[in-house]
Write a protein that binds this ligand. Structure first.
Ligand code: NAD
Length: 352
């Protein structure tokens, strides 16, 4: 197949991890008879510097016409003045909105060789394989806000349609995995959560009778995620609960440099990016861990291009590099680290 991939390196280590990842995609294309073209555009701080705005219209237009978008990271001290009118992160929100992306997927599969990097006991982590699906466009982050000298409020609102579409995405994902879906809410207190629970139950009952649905309250979920993470397959939840639970879940995997994400909507174009930021403290040194970006590229192959075998091949190659302890500085003992390019090269050498 031919695919047109828009590449948004962004700021800090973004350009380093993205340029290490493109040769992996090229190697996959060569081995499996595909051709991928890469179109690079600006987003974030670099876009503010060059175009005066974090998401230039040309970037959004290119993303809308692409098969998929691979993103590095945005932000950094240069653009972090709290009084600044434009900020790099606005570019991320704007591109997600512009592409209608409502489901953020974060797989968490701690790798045997990196278990020691997690603060959680290794015996709890073996066999953990979770995907958290976070609703991305609704809830309290986007509701009306008020502020006076004596009080403030944030409205949490969800529509049936918003809940249905993200639950459908998560249930379809659960069906393609182990068939278990956990819906997380706060239905003992919040009306939006009671609606969430009703809609989730109906969608799964009517459209995914083969998927087992379990409801969990967010407070107990926060405990279970650490005390028995093996019990979960796909977890779906609203925007703010998902924001918090995904960061908690990332601790299961040890290094931020290993965690990929996908933001998906109804169409096939999605945004694929590592969950970490632009790491200004190590930018420009060529030592960033590229595996999270490479694993994001695997998600791109799977979810936007429908290339499951190719995605699995990339994931297996990253696993094999980790098995062989090809570690960047975030994972390696002092003096034993490889650089960004070498780690990506190790993945290419292990591709089948
Ligand atoms: P960060 O994720 O950039 O870095 C946190 C720590 O993890 C740093 O010590 C960093 O060196 C390390 N780290 C991150 N990625 C790594 C990698 N691939 N390899 C090795 N080490 C890695 O978070 P931060 O320092 O809080 O934020 C820095 C900037 O990134 C801020 O401007 C923030 O707003 C932005 N940010 C962007 C995104 C995004 O683009 N999606 C996400 C989070 C933060």
């Amino acid at each position: 197949m031919h695919a047109n991939i828009v590449v948004l390196p962004g700021d800090g280590i973004g350009p380093e991890i993205v340029s290490a990842t493109l040769p992996v995609l090229e190697a996959v294309a060569a081995r499996h008879g595909h051709s991928f073209s890469f179109q690079e555009h600006d987003i974030g701080g670099i876009a503010i510097d060059r175009h005066g705005e974090p998401l230039p219209a040309s970037t959004l237009e290119a993303a809308k016409n692409a098969d998929a978008v691979l993103l590095g990271a945005v932000g950094g001290p240069k653009w972090s003045d709290p009084n600044a009118k434009v900020r790099p992160e606005q570019g991320l929100l704007a591109i997600r909105k512009g592409l209608g992306l409502f489901a953020n997927l974060r797989p968490v599969r701690p790798h045997a060789a990196a278990l020691g990097a997690s603060p959680i006991k290794s015996e709890l982590l073996e066999g953990v394989d979770i995907v958290v699906v976070r609703e991305l466009t609704g809830g309290i982050y986007f509701g009306d806000k008020t502020r006076s000298a004596t009080d403030a409020s944030d409205l949490c609102r969800y529509t049936v349609a918003e809940i249905e579409r993200v639950v459908r995405s998560a249930a379809a994902l659960a069906r393609s995995r182990r068939g278990h879906l956990t819906s997380v809410d706060k239905a003992n207190v919040l009306e939006t959560s009671r609606l969430w629970r009703d809609v989730a139950a109906r969608v799964v009952r009517e459209e995914f009778p083969d998927v087992t649905l379990e409801h969990q309250l967010v407070d107990s979920m926060a405990m279970h995620l650490l005390s028995r993470p093996r019990a979960y397959d796909v977890i779906v939840t609203e925007n703010m609960f998902g924001d918090i639970l995904t960061d908690e879940a990332s601790m299961l995997a040890g290094s931020l440099g290993l965690l990929a994400s996908a933001s998906l909507g109804d169409g096939k174009v999605g945004i694929y990016e590592p969950i970490h930021g632009s790491a200004p403290d190590i930018a420009g040194k060529g030592i960033a861990n590229p595996y999270a970006t490479i694993l994001s590229a695997a998600m791109l192959l799977r979810h936007s291009l429908g290339l499951e075998a190719e995605a699995a091949a990339v994931e297996a190659a990253v696993s094999s590099a980790l098995d062989d302890r090809v570690f960047t500085a975030d994972l390696a003992p002092a003096g034993q680290a490889v650089d960004t390019t070498r780690a990506a090269q190790a993945v290419i050498e292990r591709l089948r």
